[in-house]
Design a protein around this ligand. Structure first.
Ligand SMILES: Cc1cc2nc3c(=O)[nH]c(=O)nc-3n(C[C@H](O)[C@H](O)[C@H](O)COP(=O)(O)OP(=O)(O)OC[C@H]3O[C@@H](n4cnc5c(N)ncnc54)[C@H](O)[C@@H]3O)c2cc1C
Length: 387
């Protein structure tokens, strides 16, 4: 146990998708930063791991987020250039379903409103362009060429390594147990040491509610599953030949994308919230019920729309996502403790925005104006968030 306390300009608790980006943006601005994570950096227990996270400009569920996706893409490209390795794969995106569905109509609306290039395709035209798709004849699709996916593990790694080049310090396997506001900042107690800082940034994913009691009712961590399948012909389903997709058949939403590494052809359910997770006691090993859901809900539907993509089961991953009641994020100062800033509640759709969220968190620490509208993320929309 270290006894003397060290002081930093900012401490970031949780170096996952969002926290690693915050460490990077703070260090890049010349701040003396410490990033702490209870597990490996990166790790596969939190929410930011694996081969791919989708990034869709069409964003039919939340068209007001399109400017945020654009800014995120700009930041991912900049990160990729600095890091010198591919992080972003612009495979294009497909939004498909019945012609009058929110998926198809919402994607068209977003493309028109934000002047995005797109192709409106029949089911047959989609199969001619990407032979892996076998959607019902009466489905339509919107193909938008600029989206795709990012590699979450590599993105965390890139943010952390580049932050370290700017002087940031990161400690893995060090758990923050408590924090307190002081007259001139915060103290942070871990299982190894006590630190002081001018500002504390809490990006602890599903564990955030354990560090900010009053967010307990606002943040709900869920166990979710995603499947990986073995294609009959892998080449047809690699990022070079196959886009990411979002399908809604009128009753259920599905998402997925190419076989981008070791995970196989990816297929998941949009409304996947069956069981609330206990982050203090999270066991990522799939339960028997989750294995059964893999064989039924995932494999059967994957085979229905992509018979050549989902020949056999390759992988089942259980992890946590953390929802807010309105599924918009929280990126704000704590009203009771203005030196403490929270980035949480990314509601199963946050990774694509993590480059931008790091920038916004750094803006809040350094009191700078942000490049995009941040009102959506205001903590005061939820009642009583004092500690
Ligand atoms: C299966 C799945 C598919 C998804 N698909 C997409 C997608 O296609 N597109 C998309 O944009 N998003 C997607 N998401 C959502 C996205 O991955 C998450 O929104 C994002 O990764 C959240 O990042 P985070 O930094 O908040 O959490 P995490 O990455 O979990 O980071 C939190 C970190 O805090 C650490 N921590 C917690 N408590 C402490 C403590 N007390 N002390 C020290 N460290 C602590 C944890 O160890 C962890 O590393 C998906 C999520 C899942 C699970």
């Amino acid at each position: 146990m270290q006894t003397s306390s060290q002081r930093f300009d900012a401490i970031v608790v949780g170096v996952g998708g969002i926290g690693s980006a915050a460490v990077y943006h703070l260090a890049q601005r010349g701040l003396d930063v410490l990033g702490l994570d209870q597990y490996n950096i990166p790790n596969s227990i939190g929410s930011s791991h694996g081969d791919s996270r989708l990034i869709r400009l069409t964003n039919h569920e939340d068209p007001e987020y399109v400017p945020h996706v654009r800014r995120s893409l700009t930041l991912w490209e900049s990160l990729e250039n600095q890091y010198g390795e591919q992080l972003l794969h612009r495979t294009g995106t497909v939004d498909a379903g019945p012609p009058d569905s929110d998926t198809v109509q919402g994607a068209i609306k977003a493309c028109k409103e934000y002047d995005l290039s797109y192709e409106h395709l029949s089911s047959q035209e989609l199969s001619e362009k990407f032979p892996g798709f076998e959607l019902p004849e009466d489905f339509e699709a919107v193909y938008q060429p600029d989206g795709g996916f990012i590699n979450p593990t590599k993105c965390v790694q890139a943010h952390v390594e580049l932050a370290q080049e700017h002087g940031a310090v990161t400690h893995a396997h060090e758990t923050v147990e408590d924090w307190n506001s002081t007259a001139d900042g915060v103290t942070v107690e871990t299982d190894r040491a006590t630190y002081e800082a001018d500002n504390l940034v809490i990006t602890a994913g599903a564990w955030t509610q354990l560090l900010v009691d009053e967010l307990e009712e606002t943040l709900t961590p869920w166990r979710v599953i995603v499947g990986g399948f073995q294609p009959a012909d892998r080449e047809q389903f690699t990022p070079k030949n196959f886009p990411v997709f979002s399908i809604n058949d009128g009753s259920q939403g599905y998402y997925g994308g190419p076989d981008a590494g070791t995970s196989g052809f990816k297929f998941g359910l949009v409304d996947n919230l069956e069981e609330v997770a206990n982050p203090g006691d999270f066991d990522p090993r799939p339960t028997e019920k989750e294995r059964e859901r893999l064989r039924t809900e995932l494999l059967e539907n994957a085979q229905r729309y992509f018979p050549e993509g989902a020949r056999t089961i390759k992988r089942l991953k259980t992890c946590m996502v953390t929802h807010t009641p309105d599924q918009d994020f929280i990126v704000d100062h704590l009203p009771s403790d203005p030196n403490v800033i929270v980035g949480a509640g990314f509601s199963g759709k946050g990774f694509k925005f993590s480059s931008l969220m790091g920038e916004l968190l750094a803006d809040l620490v350094t009191h700078q104006e942000s490049a995009v509208d941040v009102e959506l993320f205001d903590i005061s929309r939820f009642q009583r968030v004092t500690r």
